[in-house]
Structures are given as C-alpha cells and as structure tokens.
Design a protein. Structure first.
Length: 360
C-alpha cells in the first residue's frame, strides 16, 4: 500500500514520517505532495489551508491519480487535524470522507484493537464526541456495551472529560472526536492530534487491504450494523452580531420558544446560551451556560436533531443536522427538508442579512 500525504504547507511532514515508521509503515511508501510539504505562511497553492475546504486536496488527489495510488491523507498546517480520501476501485471516483465518517471508522478500529489487546472491559472503554458530532458513535458505544460521553464543542471539554472519566471511573480512553476533523486516539496526547491519528488510520487501512477490503466498503458494513446516520452540515456568513442575536432571540420569544418550524414539530429544545433544556426535570442545561455565544439544539418529533451555533473564530452561523434511518436516501431527503424549514422559518437570511457562501 502506497499513500499520498499533504502537510498543507504546514509542519506535519517530518513528524508524520517519524510516527508512521514507528507504526511499521515504511517512509518510502508515503508519497508527499512536494509543493505543500514544507511550511509556507503564504499557503500559495490553496485558497484556504483547511482540508475541509473545497479544492484543498486537489493537488494531493492529482498526484495520487498520476502515481496510481488509491489513498490520500492530509493534515492542516499545524497538524492537529486529519483528513482522508479513497479512490473507488470500481468507479474510479474519489471519496473524501467527512469528519463524522472518519470518526466512526476510527472509533470502531480502536474498539476492535483495544478488545484484542484486552486493555479494559467493554464497559470501561470510553468514547467521547461533541454535541455537534454524529450520534452514530453513541449508537456504536451502546450496542457494544461501552461508555459514551457527550460534551460541548472543543477538545478542552472532551479531553478534560476523558481525564476525569479515566481518573474517577477507571475508564480507558478509546477515542474522542468532533466532526471538524479533530481526533484524539489515545490518552498520550490530551488534545486533538492529526499526526497520531494519521498513523492509526494507516495501520487500519493496511489491515483492511490485507483482507481485500476498502475503507468505503468497511464504512458501509458499519452502517449496516449500526444504522444509516445522514447529515446536513453547513453555515451562513454573518458580519453583524446584533442581527444574529436578534434572530436567535426572536426564536426564543421571551422564553416561550417556537415549537414548530414549518411542518416539523419540535419535541425538545436545549438552549446552552440561556442554560435551558426542556429534557431535564428542572429544565436546566447540564452544560455551562454561554451567554456570550449562541447555541440551540432542536430535537424534532421525527427523530432529527439540529444544532445551531455561532463560531468563536469565524463570522459564521453553523448548523449540524442529523437523522438516522433504514433508507439512507429517504433519510437524507427528510433531513434536507428539516434544514430548509429551519432556514425559512428561523434563520430568515434575507431578513437578518445572513450571506450564503459562494461554495454552497
């Protein structure tokens, strides 16, 4: 197995070479994108140096096509995030895995390897993800009899939760992740770490290859076992914070809240901004109240969940919507309709001046 790697004009390359060698993956089989191998603060080959952004992996994919390689891996410039893409051997098309797909694939591999190594009883294997990540991890953990925890977004919450659970409950850290390509595969680094994640990914990929399997095929098997969890995650640009606050406050309606968006009825609401949660007996959210940032989660009667939050680093209002079902096509259509209703009846971009990004 040969693999194309891009450091995205960042610092990852020398560390990736060292770690993958220790994992038994020869340096000679790691093919770097030369134009992006060394640090360059100008990031001359990408419009934005984030593996999530459209076009960021173009050079890596082109090199893989040229070399006849079917796997691409990437870090962002500071190497704390990880991305991967695989070429379908039948269609010849590239599949760029999104963050939640990488999360469940890595989580299942950690589950299997920790079991094989007898590291801990099932109920002591700890899996953690953030509130905006897929519930597929929870489904896997519950099905397999493992421990699952959910935290606020950010590894300061997830890594601290891991340290707490390992100290007070004698748990063994299996994986913590959030959908924005952040993964913590062990307790050795109490933060997201794209370098060690890349090494774990290559180890898993080699094992699948020995079995004659692709990562995409393996992901399909996991979905058949744990269910099809479809998502609709995106954002609008917002350069007027007061307009954003007005939008969220209009939905809150002085604490009464709107319990329906279009034809979709809402069963429960969690409002981290105000500290409200309709699911708890005292209606108080278990997460810390964040009055300086907007964050709402809707739990719809049809089983869909949708979280809206403002970004702490970018002028964005982000949403993360998910629904599980036995028919992935029907479920995707349903979650897309839920998001469309949220945009029309809550966000109202024309009214509040939110801007749809050009990449949409």
């Amino acid at each position: 197995l040969r693999v194309v790697y891009t450091a995205m004009h960042g610092v990852g390359y020398p560390y990736v070479c060292q770690v993958t060698e220790r994992f038994g993956f020869p340096h000679s089989r790691l093919v770097p994108v030369e134009q992006q191998k060394l640090p360059d603060p100008e990031f001359p080959t990408v419009s934005f140096p984030n593996p999530e952004e459209k076009g960021a992996l173009d050079l890596a994919l082109a090199l893989a096509d040229k070399e006849g390689i079917t796997m691409v891996v990437a870090n962002d410039p500071d190497a704390d995030r990880f991305a991967a893409a695989e070429k379908n051997p039948t269609t010849g098309k590239w599949k760029v895995f999104h963050g939640d797909e990488l999360g469940i694939i890595l989580a299942h591999y950690r589950l299997v390897t920790l079991r094989e190594q007898n590291k801990a009883p099932n109920d002591k294997l700890l899996f953690i993800c953030s509130v905006v990540s897929s519930r597929m991890l929870q489904k896997m953990a519950v099905t397999e009899g493992c421990t699952y925890e959910e935290t606020m977004t950010g590894f300061k919450f997830m890594s601290n939760k891991s340290l707490e659970m390992c100290h007070t409950k004698a748990c063994t850290h299996a994986l913590a992740y959030e959908e924005a390509l952040g993964y913590q595969p062990s307790e050795c680094v109490s933060d997201k770490d794209g370098v060690s994640t890349l090494a774990v990914w290559l180890e898993m990929t080699c094992q699948l290859a020995k079995q004659g399997k692709t990562v995409q095929g393996h992901l399909d098997d996991l979905r058949k076992k744990y269910g099809y969890f479809v998502t609709n995650n995106f954002y609008y640009l917002n350069y007027e914070p007061k307009q954003c606050d007005a939008c969220f406050d209009a939905f809150r309606d002085g604490g009464k809240y709107h319990w329906q968006l279009g034809s979709y009825k809402i069963a429960h609401i969690r409002d981290v901004t105000t500290g409200y949660d309709s699911r708890t007996s005292d209606k108080v959210c278990v997460f810390p109240k964040t009055p300086s940032a907007q964050m709402l989660t809707f739990y719809f009667e049809n089983g869909a969940t949708l979280t809206l939050r403002t970004s702490g680093t970018e002028p964005k209002i982000k949403w993360y919507a998910e629904l599980s079902g036995s028919d992935p096509v029907a479920a995707q259509q349903e979650i897309d309709n839920v998001v469309a209703a949220m945009i029309e009846h809550m966000l109202q971009p024309e009214k509040y001046g939110f801007i749809k990004p050009k990449t949409a």
